[in-house]
Design a binder for this molecule. Sequence first.
Ligand code: PMP
Length: 437
Amino acid sequence: MNAPTNDELFARARAAIPGGVNSPVRAFRSVGGTPRFLVSARGAYVTDVEGREYVDLVAGWGPAILGHADPRVIEAVTDAASRGLSFGSSTPAETELAELVEARVAPVEQLRLVSTGTEATMSAIRLARGFTGRDLLVKFAGHYHGHSDGLLAEAGSGLATFALPGSAGVPAGIAALTLVLPYNDLDAVRAAFAEHGDRIAAVIVEAAAANMGVVPPEPGFNRALVELAHANGSLVISDEVLTGFRVSAAGWWGLEEGTAGEYSPDLLTFGKVIGGGMPVAALGGRADVMQQLAPLGPVYQAGTLSGNPVAVAAGVATLRSADAAVYAHLDAAAATISSEVSDALAAEGVAHAVQRAGNLFSFVFGEDVASGVRDYGGVQRQEAWRYPPFFHAMLDAGVSLPPSVFEAWFVTAAHDDAAIGRIVDALPAAARAAASA
Ligand code: PMP
């Protein structure tokens, strides 16, 4: 019997699983068509169930900085698995992972491991509330911090509006504790503190926004956030789940050190690269804040699979292998790919801007946004309909892009000249498709 096709598997999946997927964006809703059912991945490539190989610019949504199935990571995982899958007890490797992070990111004095980015941000917020004794949280429109109730709040119109629930099932009372502000707008932050300062526990911010496409913070924005928060007795949670250990050895914080000025977020959250493709995430930061966590302090947080030995082995092997050469390669690959895409679009007369934050990048389409965007409103002004035909032309030519214009593109250390060449070859037809959309 022949192997099933993507279409057949998607039909089966939709009967068994809501929408056929275990995380919404995988369903291709915004680009249309059938998601590819992947069966293997190696280096810069993924292979679907029909035996088609694609150059991958999703990288598991970020973790695979070394490339898929890096032998050092696979060996570490295999070795750990052979010694048992889960102990629910302390292990030497979890301390090693904490030490690796603390050596890279100076504001992290102590680290607690969890399994997902959602858990990391949810716990960081509870910790900030416990530490400050305050309830309100500030977040920015278009920033994603996982799917816990209070973080799904979306922007109301205008400044410092108490949010409406961004998802059914979020109690209004919880959403009302989240204040949603426009990104890169320090006046909005000042106004929020002026009005509610003594009630704000924390400001949570993506270190560089990359979940509405890429929208970097303006120089000095993150540092000013820390200053404003501290002047009001609030904490800053810098969410580096996506940027951490990807845009530099010390994440976005490391990139800004010495350029946009020094600052120390009180708490930082990590995910993706820290687990090298396995379920590891973490929250870390000031020791005096971190020590409010149970068992030392009154803020409860726990997890059966926290610090899981197989997952931690992947994280340790990934961080140990992610050296300066890896980051130099990621930067170079991102620069080449983003400028090749930009040139191809320009050649077809498609107005666009390249949005970049270190080696993360994405594109916005249209004259209105051709000088770049700085917030969620800007991102939404683009000609988003140009992306689906571009995406499908690339996919047909064997290049897998994020299936939404509102996602970052991810490169890996395995994106060599051959892989980049395949991307470049696919671009003219994709740019034509975007032009005629
Ligand atoms: N924070 C940021 C900045 C993220 O990009 C994500 C996931 N894309 C999360 C939190 C949530 O992480 P997870 O999907 O592991 O729960």
